[in-house]
Design a protein around this ligand. Structure first.
Ligand code: SF4
Length: 332
């Protein structure tokens, strides 16, 4: 279902004469990781090591781990990025057909004429097909141009929505090709426009309006609760593309100027269990992956806000401006 481009990987390992290779594989591809490593070891002269740590994006390159393991090459699956002297990105495009899901979206979009189209990396090759289906049903379709960390027109990441924001004023609604609802909710919040997720795994088209409203309600509650926090932990994410010490110091300065006491905490995985034992801290600010606190918000017992939510809590930013900027991560 997902194309792991084994031949490309084998050629690149051979071209570099790599003796040891570290594989980074996202959760969805882990059931095939053992077979993949066996195949690569059989067909190359490399030792293959699978990184078993979580990996959610190309913002999380295992550079330190590769250096520790003396690996010549990292092969990073499931996310987009540019080939470097240390890392080969394999996007793992899906072969699933989005046609049926997009047809279902058309039925939900009878009132909207201009449609913005976006996709996660796995289905980016299906954008043109989705565009044609929408156009056949009389829609005008726009796809935002890529820039910065985004490699393809129409591509979105969990923290980067430039391709939809740039066309948002010209469209009535968005259609997002993705397996889950997270990216669609992100598009809805970043643009304020009605958003339908076309999920080729389930062959479904889902309007994420209710989920987005529920998501925002929980963020309002987290911001409210954070306003009571006098002792705040400012989290510095240690993953390569999420490392933002300057942002952490800025937000600490802002909090202290408003009478809060702060401590800086550095960590790789921002996890409720890890934060739980810091029981004298009443609230956290996460300067790493913004997705963690948003995706897992119900699992954190104390509020974990992103920097812009802290600014809202402190009155230096308005809710109306929420999610109008993108995280500077080197994303997925
Ligand atoms: S920082 Fe952005 S790209 Fe990286 S895992 Fe988080 S949401 Fe995805």
């Amino acid at each position: 279902m997902l194309d792991l481009n084994q031949e490309t990987v084998i050629q690149e390992i051979a071209r570099r004469k790599a003796k040891r290779v570290l594989l980074q594989v996202p959760e969805g591809l882990r059931p095939s990781a053992f077979a993949l490593s066996r195949e690569l070891e059989k067909r190359t002269s490399s030792e293959i090591i699978i990184s078993a740590d979580p990996c959610y994006g190309s913002c999380d390159l295992a550079l330190n781990e590769a250096s520790l393991l003396d690996a010549d090459l990292i092969v990073h699956f499931g996310h987009s990025g540019t080939l470097t002297n240390k890392c080969l990105f394999i996007e793992a495009r899906s072969s699933l057909d989005v046609g049926a899901a997009v047809e279902k979206a058309v039925a939900k979009l009878s009132r909207e004429k201009a449609i913005g189209l976006a996709s996660v990396i796995q289905h980016i090759g299906e954008l043109e097909k989705a565009k044609k289906i929408l156009e056949r049903s009389g829609k005008t379709v726009l796809i935002g141009r890529h820039e910065g960390e985004l490699k393809y027109d129409g591509q979105i990441l969990g923290c980067r929505f430039e391709t939809v924001k740039s066309i948002s004023p010209e469209v009535d609604a968005f259609v997002v090709l993705a397996g889950g609802d997270f990216h669609g909710i992100g598009v809805r919040i970043a643009t304020g426009k009605r958003t339908i997720v076309c999920d080729p795994y389930q062959n479904q088209a889902r309007d994420v309006e209710d989920l987005a409203r529920r998501f925002l309600r929980t963020r309002y509650a987290a911001v409210d609760s954070f306003r009571e926090a006098k002792r705040v932990g400012v989290l510095i994410g240690l993953k390569t593309g999420q490392f933002q010490p300057t942002k952490a110091h800025e937000i600490r300065g802002l909090l202290e100027s408003k009478g809060r006491e702060c401590a800086l905490l550095a960590l790789r995985e921002i996890d409720p269990v890890v934060l739980e034992n810091f029981s004298d801290i009443e609230g956290f600010v996460n300067t790493g992956c913004p997705r963690i606190a948003l995706d897992d918000q119900e699992r954190f017992r104390r509020p974990v806000l992103n920097p812009e939510e802290v600014m809202i809590a402190l009155g230096t930013k308005r809710w109306e401006e929420y999610a109008k900027e993108d995280s500077p991560s080197k994303g997925a």
